[in-house]
Design a binder for this molecule. Sequence first.
Ligand code: SF4
Ligand code: SF4
Ligand code: SF4
Length: 184
Amino acid sequence: MGDQPVSAALLDALLPQTQCTRCGYAGCLPYAQALISGEADTDQCPPGGDHTARALAHHLGRAPKPIHPRYGLERPPRVAVIDESICIGCAKCLPPCPIDAIVGAQKFLHTVVVADCSGCELCLPACPVDCIQMVETAPQPLDPIEMSHRQQLYRTRYLAHQQRNASRLSARNHRLARQTPHPP
Ligand code: SF4
Ligand code: SF4
Ligand code: SF4
C-alpha cells in the first residue's frame, strides 16, 4: 500500500472505465465505492483482468485473487460492429451505450465508431434484430499512458452520457407536470 489514502476515486482510477456492469454494479465508480465499503471483492472486473484485481488487492491490503469466472472471462479486446444490411434504424441501441459510441438517428442506419467502442456489450441485448456482433481487435497497447488516456476518454464520455440522460428526464418530467391538470 502506498502513502495515499485509499479512496473510491483512487480505486476508480485503476478500473478500465468500460462501465460494462459485469462486476454487478452500475459502473466502475459504484464498484470502487463497494470495494471501499467492503461489500465487493477485488475479483469482479473481467475487463480489468488479473492485473487490475492484483492492483485493487494491493491498495486495499487484501490477498490477491484472480478474476472469478462468475463475473465473466478476461479476454482479448473486442468492439461492436453493426450489420448495416440488417439494421432497421430503430435506435434502441443508442441509450444503453454508456459512452455514446453508436451514431445514427431514428429510421436511419446505425454504425459503431470503432475507435470509441469499449467493448462493453451493453448494446447487444437492446437490438431487436440481433444485428450487432462483437469482433476481436488487435491487442490494446499496454503502454500505461495510452491506457490512462483511454480510461479518461471513457470516463468523460460516460459522464456526458449521464448528464444528457438526466437533462432529458428532467425535460420530460417538466413537460408532464405542465400537462397534468391542476385540481379546481
Ligand atoms: S469495467 Fe470493471 S469495474 Fe467497470 S463496470 Fe465493467 S466490470 Fe465493473
Ligand atoms: S457500441 Fe456497444 S459495445 Fe461499444 S461501447 Fe457502445 S454499448 Fe458498448
Ligand atoms: S438496435 Fe439494432 S436494429 Fe436498432 S438501430 Fe441499433 S443496430 Fe440497428
